[in-house]
Design a protein around this ligand. Sequence first.
Ligand code: NDP
Ligand SMILES: N[C@@H](CC=O)C(=O)O
Ligand code: NA
Length: 395
Amino acid sequence: MIKIAILGLGTVGTGVVKVVEANTVPIQHKLGQPLSVKTALVRKLRADPYQHLMTENFREIEHDGEIRVVVETIGGVEAAYEYTRRCLMAGKHVVTANKQLVAEHGCELLELARKNHVNYLFEASVGGGIPVLHPLTQCMAANRVDEIYGILNGTTNFILTKMVKEGASFAEVLKLAQEKGYAEADPTADVEGIDAGRKICILADLAFGHQVDPAQVPMEGITGIDLKDVEIAGRHGYRIKLLGRCLRLEGGRRTAYVAPHLISEENPMSDVNDVFNAVVVRGNATGEVMFYGKGAGELPTASACVADVIECLQEERHRPEIGWSADTGGFASPLTLKNRWYFRVGTDTLSEALHSAKVLEQGTETAFITPSITGTDAERLAAYLPTLAKMRVLD
Ligand SMILES: NC(=O)C1=CN([C@@H]2O[C@H](COP(=O)(O)OP(=O)(O)OC[C@H]3O[C@@H](n4cnc5c(N)ncnc54)[C@H](OP(=O)(O)O)[C@@H]3O)[C@@H](O)[C@H]2O)C=CC1
Ligand SMILES: N[C@@H](CC=O)C(=O)O
Ligand code: NA
């Protein structure tokens, strides 16, 4: 019998126990032995179906020689960082869903894992249950990855879908997303684009092999989206989605950002709804490859955690190099990127200078799409016009 422990018995932690219990047969088939959860660290003991697993004492897990893999689902940085370090130093593999910790300290924790001859795996941290990090680093290993973009946050995609399709209010759908276990403990991270920002940083780290500092990545969420723009975009063949995007630039530089985009209805990404996420990876040999599935929720996320547990146990003697350097040099501002931009301005005419813009609608306000311009030029234009909305178009 192989024993594992869980740190934090919330939505994902509980899902891990459920997946291990529900899938004993297929898991045993892969490991040659049964797998079971021995201990779960909680802040406070409570009445719960899994009360028999609970401890409030981290040292019980740290010093338990029987526990070979620890699944960290506490979230945040402080306690999660300290416990992860201590588990790795105690010679235990660590698996996590915690994108904040991976985005901020992943490179360093991978190095610590390497030194201690164990694994640090985090497939659940991006795209929840969608396999994306393994395909990126393994199946697409023969490519130079030039771009990744995607819908990376289940909560905001769920909110946008329900608001647009069912006319639900923002507050009511956010509450529903929290009840379903999709949202972060502090949902500001979801709605302000910070969660998607952490995920695009992890994708960029792995794709480009260099640390991307989340503090350098502009992150815009969905709170500024006006349903009026959703309607205008819809009448002209576009949908509005929150995208994370990272690109390789000329000269070896890289950039990343999160922002709402207009997406043509012809692009399958425009039809990714509810809690579903989709990630497109553009490799120089494969062209665009798209990954699609549930980006949040108890069981999909737990599925990715347990798969990482199985991988750690299967590959105890084989640790492939992920290739993620702590060097942050070469990161460029996404304002240098050229795109067409959607604008809605509070005026009924456009100046001569904007004659090349494609006007979508004109009344007391004007909605138009610019030719391809840099983010800096779009900012200048926004300062010059009475701008009510401004968004990149996914070209
Ligand atoms: N929910 C989802 O769909 C997904 C979540 N994730 C990530 O997974 C992680 C966990 O998320 P989720 O399960 O939703 O969050 P929850 O808030 O549901 O669970 C976190 C659990 O950790 C416990 N905890 C907090 N601090 C400590 C501590 N010091 N010692 C022991 N236990 C502690 C909390 O206890 P208490 O209640 O007492 O605070 C809570 O039960 C996060 O990093 C999140 O970003 C990733 C993908 C999807
Ligand atoms: N809060 C996150 C959870 C999964 O990463 C989301 O909504 O995507
Ligand atoms: Na994943």
